[in-house]
Design a protein around this ligand. Structure first.
Ligand code: CA
Ligand code: CA
Ligand code: CA
Length: 388
């Protein structure tokens, strides 16, 4: 009721404020800044020249020119927008290479040495074509990633910058990567203190070819046929947060974990998968051929409680792997009976803050596995007061 009556009042106030400001010739957006001295000092230091950081100033002046040089090199342009000094000199841009590694998956070719010959500005486009000849015809060269790693001042008007750069290109099933280290030399122009590129010399050069996917995604093969995979697991947190009752305490942040261990005693590790409140935890048992078997309900560990983490270990030294699961501030101990079922007992935690992660080890050396449970913060993540 209060909200409804306040909306027309606000609209009226806004309309009258708009009318008032329209009648004024001008108005001040904010009062003149009265900044503290330390803020003024920091503001002044945004310009590195203010603190005599000469190398930073030179770095800032040279970087866009070097970027333009690399852009033209990659795109096959004529370097017309690059500011060169008249004495510009360049090494080869693609030296002779030899294979230094080939394991059948990744092949690396590198320059044993960079030839000492130097070339002039007139030779640059030919050298650039030599570099681009290494790019497979059907591929597009990606952007150069450039990292300037050192600035050395040699004289008032001369300095050098060492840089790492890499770029890549893709062909069907393969990724090609170039890793290059170079030294650029620079001239500071007397006229206006601007800088011009005086030289580019390769220091190291590598070409790498490997598969476009080093780790194939097998999740569909392993879990795809198990109940709940498509309908539950593959949906995002937001899908479920909109559907599940708030009383389950779901969070957009998630933070659910997994545990690996051999819960059915067949010698192969299985996977326990914690889920947010309202969705049953999953237990995927290893099966020959690689397709997992979902067994949480059958083994009695398909808890619907909000579960952050689980640890698998033999907590009672009977040779069978047990499981500790964090449920809110408590821990559910699942004792492995060895017949495909668990006996569950709840260990009450102190206070009301949730347990996020756990680790198991024999911390006091008495031969029995102990459990260390980590909480996060008092009053929720946003207030973030550390909680022991
Ligand atoms: Ca197993
Ligand atoms: Ca046990
Ligand atoms: Ca112990």
């Amino acid at each position: 009721m209060r909200l409804r009556s306040s909306i027309p009042a606000l609209l009226a106030a806004a309309a009258s404020a708009a009318g008032a400001s329209a009648q004024q010739d001008s108005f001040q957006v904010r009062p003149e800044r009265q900044l503290p001295d330390f803020v003024r000092d920091n503001e002044r230091r945004i310009n590195p020249e203010a603190d005599a950081w000469r190398t930073e100033t030179l770095h800032d002046a040279a970087k866009p020119i070097l970027k333009q040089f690399l852009h033209d090199l990659a795109e096959g342009h004529d370097f017309a927008d690059v500011r060169f000094s008249e004495s510009f000199q360049c090494s080869v841009l693609r030296p002779e290479l030899e294979t230094i590694h080939n394991d059948g998956t990744i092949a690396v070719r590198a320059a044993r040495a960079i030839p000492p010959e130097r070339y002039s500005r007139n030779d640059l486009e030919g050298l650039a074509r030599g570099f681009r000849a290494a790019v497979p015809a059907e591929a597009m060269l990606g952007t150069f990633v450039l990292k300037l790693v050192s600035v050395e001042i040699d004289a008032v008007d001369r300095f050098r910058i060492r840089a790492y750069l890499h770029t890549h290109a893709a062909t069907p099933g393969l990724v090609h990567q170039w890793n290059v280290e170079l030294e650029s030399s620079w001239q500071v122009l007397e006229s206006d203190e601007s800088v011009a590129l005086a030289g580019v010399v390769l220091l190291a050069y590598q070409e790498v070819v490997g598969p476009d996917m080093l780790l194939p995604d097998l999740s569909q093969h392993v879990f795809g046929a198990t109940p709940g995979w498509d309908q539950q697991v593959l949906l995002g947190t937001t899908d479920w947060t909109a559907r599940v009752d708030r009383s389950f305490g779901r969070s957009y942040i998630g933070s659910q974990g997994l545990a690996v261990g051999d819960l059915d005693g067949d010698g192969h590790d299985d996977l326990y998968f914690c889920q947010p409140g309202g969705q049953p935890n999953r237990l995927w048992l290893w099966r020959p051929g690689g397709a997992a078997q979902e067994s949480a309900a059958r083994m009695g560990v398909d808890f619907l409680d909000k579960t952050r983490s689980a640890v698998i270990a033999d907590f009672d030294n009977d040779g069978r792997q047990d499981m500790a699961i964090s449920v809110g501030q408590d821990v559910a101990m699942c004792w492995n009976r060895g017949d495909g079922t668990f006996e569950t007992a709840r260990v009450r935690g102190v206070g009301s803050e949730e347990i996020y992660t756990m680790v198991a080890a024999d911390a006091d050396g008495d031969g029995l596995i102990d459990l260390f449970a980590c909480r996060n913060a008092t009053g929720g993540l946003l207030k973030a007061v550390p909680n022991p």
